[in-house]
Design a protein around this ligand. Structure first.
Ligand code: ARG
Length: 469
């Protein structure tokens, strides 16, 4: 039996090298269970339209079930790899024809690989969006659990901008900040799932719909879609969901990568804020003392790689007329690469995070250094009636003098500032904890605010978990 689903109009076989060049089997074999599901939906469309008899539909269904078993035990992959198939879709069709005999020849009636690929890719996207959402949820939940603990311990850390000490913050506050993008990612993945389920391309055939009375509603319902897609031409060339899934993964990996970068810096002895446990550290083949944060470095690199794959998929689409062009095959492999790698990276990131322990003493020392209370002192002057510009200049000068003296801002500075500002006395926070406690705005690092941030994120996570279940 030929591995090709076409050929009647050709006089000669294709060039073997070109056939291999055009094959996407290596990349799309992973779609086998989803193509099988899609084929189950097509049998419903054939049955509902009485294009096949009940008996033939039953034969097709049991052949698909048999292929399902072969996919699970690896026999199907061996079958597919032994010959040059154009893609997994052709390989499944061939195997069904082998198993179901004459009835198998009917499976592809009214179907094109164009609507088949589009539908299979949506089913895959639904599955991977769920996996992405679960990982993003679990990472956020782990960060919030740690925030809760650090809030109880009152751990403080120097909040930085430009990597320079800016203002002291609670470590719990920073951990909540790290969790927020993952919460947003869960929403993004959920949106991908919703969009994917909204509209089923199956039955759009090659581009124009079919002259066979396919029951598209029945197929869409059987596969868990809300409705059949509206316009066949749009449906077969549409890769919106694939791109949105790619985007959701790329964004999540970029967020993971930013935290990875922070932890890589923090694990260097110069910072010494964290220690990455043995389970997540690697050594050097030459330098016996080394302890390297490789998993976090690899998260960074994989994030960059996924941006490249995503840009590739976008680039592929931008030159294509709105219909099926063979180039679309490459958006399939890019989507699979991003999603499979994305799930693996998020899993590794979650494991590496669990191996991080905090050096709280070291963080506390750094939080007090670097004049991180200067803004609170200026705020105190403003509260006493000094203008913002004048307060900034006065405190700036006090910092410059303290720096010359090699000391922190202290009570003597407050007394001198009061004199210069023409006020009786000045009270202002002079240590990290007092600075944190002085914060009054909604969303700030004050302990009460951080407590309510943790409560709000936890409540959102619990409701998202219910939606994901
Ligand atoms: N292998 C192609 C893909 O996966 C399917 C090609 C279908 N259509 C066609 N007209 N050649 O996208």
């Amino acid at each position: 039996m030929s591995t090709l689903q076409w050929g009647g109009r050709f006089g000669a076989a294709p060039d073997a090298q070109l056939l291999a060049f055009g094959s996407s089997l290596d990349e799309d074999l992973i779609l086998a269970p989803f193509d099988l599901e899609c084929s189950r939906g097509h049998v419903e469309a054939l049955r509902g339209g009485r294009i096949v008899s009940e008996a033939q539909a039953a034969q097709l269904t049991s052949a698909l079930e048999a292929v399902g078993l072969e996919i699970r035990d690896g026999a199907f992959a061996n079958f597919a790899r032994k010959q040059t198939f154009e893609d997994v879709h052709g390989a499944i069709d061939a195997r069904v024809r082998e198993i179901a005999g004459a009835a198998g020849e009917l499976l592809h009636a009214g179907r094109s690989r164009n609507d088949q690929v589009a539908t299979t890719l949506l089913l895959y996207a639904i599955d991977r969006a769920q996996a992405g959402a679960k990982h993003a949820h679990d990472i956020a939940a782990a960060l919030i659990a740690r925030a809760q603990k650090e809030l109880e311990l009152g751990t403080v850390v120097a909040g930085c901008t430009h990597r320079q000490p800016a203002q002291a913050v609670l470590l719990a506050f920073l951990l909540v900040a790290w969790s927020e993008p993952f919460l947003r990612s869960v929403g993004r993945f959920a949106g991908v799932g919703r969009a994917a389920r909204a509209s089923c391309p199956l039955g759009s055939a090659a581009l124009a719909g079919s002259s066979l009375p396919l029951d598209r509603r029945q197929a869409a319902r059987a596969l868990g879609f809300t409705l059949p897609s509206r316009n066949a031409l749009d449906a077969i060339g549409n890769r919106d969901v694939a791109l949105d899934l790619g985007h959701a993964f790329v964004r999540t990996l970029v967020d993971a990568s930013r935290i990875a970068e922070e932890l890589i810096a923090w694990s260097a002895p110069a910072y010494g804020y964290v220690r990455l446990g043995d389970a997540a550290s690697t050594g050097s083949s030459l330098m016996p003392q080394k302890r390297n944060p490789d998993p976090f470095e690899l998260v960074r690199a994989h994030a960059a790689r996924s941006i490249g794959a995503y840009a590739g998929a976008l680039g592929t689409l931008c030159g294509l007329a709105p219909s099926y062009q063979r180039d679309l095959q490459e958006t399939k492999s890019a989507t699979i690469a991003i999603a499979e790698d994305g799930v693996a990276v998020l899993d590794a990131f979650e494991r590496a995070l669990a191996a991080v322990s905090f050096h709280r003493e070291r963080m506390a020392r750094a939080a007090a250094a670097g004049y991180t209370v200067a803004t609170d002192v200026a705020d105190a002057l403003i509260s006493a009636g000094v203008t913002a510009r004048a307060a900034h200049a006065l405190v700036g000068a006090a910092v410059a003098q303290a720096e010359l003296d090699g000391r922190a801002l202290d009570a003597s500075d407050l007394a001198q500032l009061a004199v210069k500002a023409g006020i009786e006395s000045l009270q202002a926070p002079l240590d990290a904890r007092a600075s944190i406690d002085a914060k009054q705005t909604h969303g700030s690092t004050s302990p009460d605010e951080v407590r309510s941030q943790i409560e709000a994120v936890s409540a959102e996570l619990a409701s998202l978990a219910r939606q994901l279940a």
